[in-house]
Design a protein around this ligand. Structure first.
Ligand SMILES: NC(=O)c1ccc[n+]([C@@H]2O[C@H](COP(=O)([O-])OP(=O)(O)OC[C@H]3O[C@@H](n4cnc5c(N)ncnc54)[C@H](OP(=O)(O)O)[C@@H]3O)[C@@H](O)[C@H]2O)c1
Length: 283
């Protein structure tokens, strides 16, 4: 391994915190520039980074609905900045994260890593553009697509749902979008294992199993013993600015052939909920 540093961008985010923690646990030293030091919306700040052994980019424009009215800003951070970061990795590797939302949701079988991109919303287009630019890079890169992230910290469906299930009598949750929830701690482990194995190109990493948001919410209710009733609804009954794919299950066969089976989302969810302090909605 070279003496050049690992760099983690976005170490304050939901996934970035898990990646940083796992790297410390493995005894890997790394630099974690703050957003004031490296701001992906100011491309020139990326040039301040030293020559790196690996850049792990956990930063992104992640506001899916907000991207609808700010597509240029989202594209700068999720597109051009990705290319600029990757170009810093001469002799090293750029590691970034993309999304199930690069796909159109029309498939009825899991999306494999070489499936054609056809995003339905601005956020998906910005991430797809980042992928296209990576494919033009002459440096080495690993792009890990993932979906429906949750953690004992940050702003995510699990913590929001747990809070609502204790605060309200009834909640409506959409039952016509199917995907794979993903614990960021699991994703961090998979990411570092894939880096260790010198994986390159597009890979998928999520928890095992699949569900709808409604089924996900029902499992949170069951594990927490929350009293609220959950009513299934359609996406049309719960309109949001950004259209979501109806089916965005990512195929895991390539990753599982390399690393073994991905743990089921219900097991990862139970583990995460056991460790969330009572009353926490996000931290
Ligand atoms: N969340 C999901 O369900 C999901 C699903 C599929 C894929 N992904 C992808 O997974 C990755 C991690 O997502 P996440 O949910 O962990 O993200 P997150 O919690 O929203 O964190 C985003 C991180 O990016 C940083 N950031 C945002 N804009 C920046 C900028 N202009 N310059 C530098 N840093 C900036 C934030 O810094 P501050 O703390 O300063 O704001 C934060 O550290 C992203 O690539 C995302 O697209 C996420």
């Amino acid at each position: 391994m070279s003496n050049e540093p690992f760099v983690v961008i976005g170490s304050t985010g939901m996934l970035g915190r898990a990646v940083a923690a796992d790297m410390r646990r493995r005894g890997i030293e790394f630099l974690a520039p703050t957003r004031a030091e490296v701001d992906l919306s100011k491309l020139e700040t990326i040039d301040r980074l030293p020559q790196c052994h690996a850049i792990i980019n956990c930063a992104a424009w992640t506001d899916v609905d907000g991207a609808e009215g700010h597509e240029a800003e989202a594209t700068l951070v999720n597109g051009e900045a990705v290319s600029r970061l990757a170009s810093r990795c001469v002799g090293g590797v750029y590691v970034g994260f993309s999304t199930d939302y690069v796909f159109d949701g029309r498939s009825t079988t899991p999306y494999c890593s070489s499936h054609e991109r056809a995003p339905l919303n601005a956020y998906g287009r910005s991430k797809a553009y980042g992928e296209e630019l990576l494919e033009l890079e002459h440096t080495t890169w690993l792009n890990i697509r993932t979906s429906w992230l949750y953690a004992p910290w940050g702003k995510n469906f699990v913590l929001t749902m747990r809070q609502l299930l204790f605060a309200r009598d009834t909640i409506k949750v959409v039952n016509d979008q199917r995907g794979r929830p993903t614990s960021v701690e699991h994703l961090a482990r998979v990411t570092l294992d894939l880096i260790d194995r010198r994986a390159r190109g597009h890979w998928h990493a999520t928890d095992g199993g699949e569900c709808t948001w409604y089924e996900f919410a029902c499992e949170i209710k069951s594990l927490t013993g929350a009293p609220a009733t959950i009513d299934p609804c359609t996406s049309d009954q719960f309109p949001r600015p950004a259209k979501r794919p109806a089916f965005s299950v990512l195929d895991l066969s390539k990753t599982e052939a390399e690393l073994g089976p991905m743990p089921h989302w219900k097991d990862n969810l139970a583990d995460v909920l056991r460790r969330v302090p009572e009353g926490i909605t996000h931290a």
